[in-house]
Design a protein around this ligand. Structure first.
Ligand code: ADE
Length: 321
């Protein structure tokens, strides 16, 4: 959807936040660029039927240790309007570059940029997954699974490092407590791991973290597919030969059904294609191995998010365009 202008609110005098421009529309509602005093902020607006998502997202943001470079910064939450016409607002830092998905649609990346984005993104997911015990200065941080990890939920800061956003489906794992009766099939079908597509139930804590890592493998593929190293070789043949595609877009198209995804990912065990050319660069070849280890059919064989992060630090040492 094109960004929309919205006329100033009639009760602007009582409302310190002014919505400026709609930036994204999603399953939950929409995200606006807004002015709060002298700052530009992002406002995510939930409708009354999605009040629970607004509450979940606040709960996640308010956990100890969530103020982290690679996690979107929370500012506050507000309820607007009366009960019949209520809007539930979640206010965060605004990032002008938008999501990684938007960025990759419009840009190709150098090897250095790719490593910077991939490292900061895996650092954000590692931090989310990590359980941190209480110490003298701060309380315990439980492990959190994202459950809707994808390139449109990774935002890019102006220095091209990533921060993770959209925690409205996230799950908190409190030690000693079961995560209750949770449904596995939430989030975005295209990024569902094979075990989610199969409708396996009773996922454990580790199983939820592995589902996030599978999705991160797909996002690493999106990044590599837009890297200048192999783009250069085809540029002269056809300027648009390497236009951006979502993971599995070549295999299942733009609007795959559950059956399309099951057929492709579970039964045929297909994964996004890795052309030979991508392995000509040493660092990129290693990154391709890593993404394959993230999206392994066997969930237990997948890497952990901190392991992906550590590997990317090593790959960044290889020179590249
Ligand atoms: N899209 C979703 N959340 C955003 C944010 N905080 N900044 C910019 N674009 C966004």
């Amino acid at each position: 959807l094109e960004p929309q202008e919205r006329p100033p609110s009639p009760n602007l005098g009582f409302r310190p936040i002014e919505l400026i421009e709609m930036k994204a529309r999603g399953r939950f509602g929409c995200v606006w660029k807004a002015q709060y005093k002298t700052d530009i902020v992002a406002v995510k607006i939930f409708s009354p039927q999605d009040k629970q998502l607004w509450q979940t997202e606040q709960e996640i943001f308010k956990l100890n240790h969530m103020d982290h470079e690679n996690i979107l910064h929370y500012i506050g939450a507000e309820k607007h309007g009366d009960n019949l016409h209520a809007e539930f607002w979640l206010i965060t830092t605004f990032h002008e570059q938008g999501s990684l998905h938007d960025f990759l649609k419009a840009n190709i990346v150098t090897w250095q940029q790719l490593c910077r984005i991939a490292h900061s993104m895996s650092r954000g997911l590692s931090h989310l997954h990590e359980e941190i015990p209480a110490n003298k200065t701060s309380g315990h941080k439980p492990s959190v699974a994202h459950r809707d990890f994808k390139s449109s939920n990774v935002l890019l800061k102006s220095d091209l490092t990533a921060c993770i956003a959209d925690f409205d489906l996230a799950l908190i794992f409190e030690p000693g407590k079961s995560c209750g009766d949770v449904h596995g099939q939430v989030g975005t079908r295209r990024y569902w791991a094979p075990e989610v597509l199969e409708g396996a139930i009773n996922f454990s804590h580790d199983a939820f973290l592995r589902i996030d890592v599978y999705a991160m493998g797909l996002v690493l593929w999106e990044l590599v597919s837009r890297c200048v190293i192999h783009q250069k070789e085809t540029e002269s043949e056809n300027e648009n030969s390497q236009s951006y595609q979502l993971p599995y877009e070549a295999e299942v198209g733009s609007h795959p059904s559950l059956e399309d995804m099951q057929e492709c990912v579970v039964y045929k065990k297909q994964r996004p294609a890795i052309p030979e050319m991508w392995r000509e660069h040493k660092g990129m070849a290693l990154l391709c191995d890593t993404m394959e280890e993230c999206w392994d059919h066997d969930a237990e064989a997948r890497l952990s998010a901190p392991c992906v992060m550590e590997r990317i630090v090593q790959y960044a040492q290889f020179s590249g365009v």
